[in-house]
Design a protein around this ligand. Structure first.
Ligand SMILES: *[C@@H]1O[C@H](CO)[C@@H](O)[C@H](O)[C@H]1NC(C)=O
Length: 473
C-alpha cells in the first residue's frame, strides 16, 4: 500500500514549526466520521494544526454530508486521503433476521488496512512536532497501535456515544460485576444488538486500548453527569481521565433561510404551525422490511399529525459505488393523498435544520447517539424506536431516565412487527396529549441547559478548554 507522503495534498511545511499537532483517526461509518470532523473544527479553533486521515472515499463522504458547511469552509483541516483498499459494498438486506447493518462489515474490516499508512503519517508528523496527539475512534485502536513506539505521541480514545450506554454495554458484556448503584429500571439487554462478526472486531480493539492517555465523550454533564462519573470512576476506564465535551454538533443556526441551497422540506415547514410536525428518520444504518414500512405509513396517516418522513435504506459501505435502489414500498397513492399532511424525503435530509425548525414538534428516531443529541439540543422530544448496537440503551436514557421521549417498541419485542395502531398511539401521545406537552417542556429545559453547556463558561466548553490545556501542556 502507498505511504501517505506520496500524496500531493500533504503540505508538511504547514506544521514544520508546530508545537502540538492533532491527528484525527475516524472510523469509516457516517455518524463516526461526522463527529470527529466536528471535533476537528473545534480543536482547530484553538489554533492547533489538525489533521484528519481516513480512506479517500470516506473523507469524501464526511465532507459531502457535513452538517456545518460554512464552518468547514472556514476551518483549515489537513485531510489525508489514504488509498481505499477494495472492499465489498453490498446493499443492505431489509429482510435480515438481525437489524445490525451486517452488510457494512466488509468496509469495517477494510479499515484495518489503514494501519500502515496511519503509522507512516504519524511518524512523519512526529518528526517535526514537539508532540502529536492522536484522537482515534474507539473502533480504530487496532489501526493506531504502532504509535505506542513513538516517544512524543499520545493517544486519546473518542467515544461517539454516551457514557450511559458505553458503561452499561461493557457492564453487561463483562457479566454484570458489582455496581454501587441500582441497575437502571428497564435497562435493555445486549441480546440482538450486535452480530458475532462486529463483536469479534470490537474484541480485537480492546487489547490496544491500553495505550490510551484518556477518553473523550461526545456527551455532556447536563445530560448524563451521573453516568459520566460512573464511567470515569468505574473499572472499564482504568483510571484514565475523561472529558465530556459534547454536543459537538452545535452552532448550526437557521442561517440558510434565504439561501437557494435550502432543502424543499424546510420551505414546507416554513408554512406550518409551531411544533406541529413529526420528523421521522432512522439514520444511515437502518433498513426496514416492506411490511414494516407499510405499517409505519398507515400509522402516520392514522395519527392525523403532520410529518416529514425520511424513507431511505441504510448506507452501503461505499456510498459512491453503484445505484441506490429505491424500493417503492408505500401504499398506492399514499403520497398524493397525504400531500397536505406529510412529506416523504428520499434523498439526504438536513436533519439538524429540520429539528431546529420552529415547526418541528417531535422526532421519531432509531436513537443513534448523534440523533439523540441533535434532538435534545433543540428541545425536541423523541419517539424512540431503537434498531441495534447501543441504540436500545440510548433509548432507555432518553425515555426512562431523562423522560424526554416515549418508546415505540420495547427491545424485548424487537422481532415483532410494530403495528400501525401502536405507531399512531405513540405519535398522538407525543404530539397531542398533556403527557406529550410535559415531555416537550422537559425536553426544552434540557435543550437550554445543553446549549449553555457548550457556550463560554459552560460545562462542556470548560472540559474542552481543559482537554486543550492538557494536550498542549
Ligand atoms: C424481502 O421479503 C419480501 C417478502 O418475503 C420480498 O417481497 C422482498 O422482495 C424481499 N426483499 C429483498 C430486498 O430481498
Amino acid at each position: 500500500m502507498d505511504v501517505p507522503n506520496q500524496c500531493p495534498s500533504h503540505d508538511l511545511r504547514s506544521f514544520e514549526q508546530a508545537q502540538v499537532v492533532v491527528l484525527m483517526v475516524p472510523f469509516p461509518c457516517q455518524s463516526h466520521l461526522n463527529q470527529l470532523l466536528h471535533l476537528s473544527c473545534f480543536i482547530s479553533s484553538y489554533n492547533i494544526p489538525v489533521h484528519y486521515a481516513c480512506s479517500a472515499t470516506h473523507i469524501h463522504q464526511a465532507k459531502l454530508r457535513f452538517t456545518d458547511m460554512n464552518r468547514l469552509e472556514n476551518t483549515k483541516i489537513n485531510f489525508h486521503e489514504f488509498p481505499t483498499a477494495p472492499f465489498l459494498s453490498p446493499p443492505p438486506n431489509p429482510n435480515s433476521s438481525t437489524r445490525f447493518p451486517a452488510h457494512l462489515q466488509p468496509s469495517f474490516e477494510a479499515s484495518m488496512h489503514l494501519r500502515d499508512p496511519t503509522a507512516a503519517l504519524v511518524r512523519q508528523i512526529s518528526a517535526t512536532a514537539r508532540k502529536v496527539i492522536v484522537v482515534h475512534d474507539v473502533l480504530m485502536a487496532y489501526v493506531v497501535q504502532d504509535i505506542a513506539t513513538l516517544q512524543n505521541v499520545e493517544s486519546y480514545v473518542f467515544h461517539p456515544t454516551c457514557a450511559f450506554s458505553s458503561f452499561f454495554d461493557a457492564w453487561q458484556m463483562n457479566g454484570k460485576p458489582f455496581l454501587e448503584q441500582k441497575e437502571p429500571e428497564g435497562l435493555p439487554s445486549t441480546e440482538g444488538c450486535y452480530t458475532y462478526e462486529i463483536l469479534t472486531f470490537i474484541a480485537l480493539q480492546i487489547e490496544f486500548l491500553k495505550f490510551k492517555a484518556g477518553s473523550i465523550y461526545n456527551s455532556c454533564r447536563s445530560i448524563e453527569g451521573t453516568y459520566i462519573d460512573l464511567m470515569a470512576n468505574g473499572e472499564f476506564n482504568k483510571n484514565k481521565q475523561i472529558w465530556a465535551i459534547g454536543p459537538l454538533n452545535m452552532g448550526i443556526v437557521y442561517e440558510r433561510r434565504n439561501s437557494n441551497r435550502r432543502h424543499k422540506c424546510l420551505e414546507w415547514l416554513d408554512k406550518l404551525a409551531p411544533k406541529s410536525v413529526l420528523y421521522v428518520s432512522f439514520g444511515t444504518t437502518t433498513s426496514m422490511t416492506d411490511e414494516q414500512i407499510k405499517e409505519l405509513a398507515k400509522g402516520l396517516e392514522q395519527s392525523q399529525q403532520k410529518f416529514i418522513w425520511v424513507l431511505r435504506d441504510a448506507d452501503k459501505g461505499d456510498i459512491f459505488t453503484g445505484d441506490v435502489k429505491i424500493r417503492n414500498q408505500l401504499p398506492e397513492g399514499y403520497e398524493e393523498r397525504l400531500k397536505e399532511v406529510g412529506m416523504v424525503v428520499r434523498d439526504w435530509a438536513p436533519q439538524v435544520e429540520i429539528l431546529g425548525h420552529p415547526s418541528t414538534g417531535a422526532f421519531m428516531s432509531h436513537c443513534g447517539w448523534n440523533s439523540c443529541l441533535e434532538s435534545i439540543t433543540v428541545g425536541v422530544p423523541i419517539a424512540a424506536w431503537p434498531m441495534h448496537s447501543e441504540q436500545p440503551k440510548n433509548a432507555c436514557l432518553v425515555t426512562d431516565i431523562l423522560k424526554v421521549g416515549v418508546l415505540v417498541n420495547r427491545w424485548e419485542h424487537r422481532d415483532e412487527l410494530v403495528t400501525s395502531t401502536t405507531i399512531a398511539e405513540v405519535v398522538k401521545r407525543l404530539m397531542a396529549s398533556k403527557e406529550g406537552e410535559e415531555m416537550r417542556k422537559r425536553a426544552e429545559e434540557l435543550g437550554v441547559a445543553t446549549q449553555q453547556s457548550v457556550e463560554e463558561g459552560g460545562v462542556s466548553r470548560m472540559e474542552l478548554d481543559s482537554f486543550v490545556a492538557h494536550i498542549t501542556r
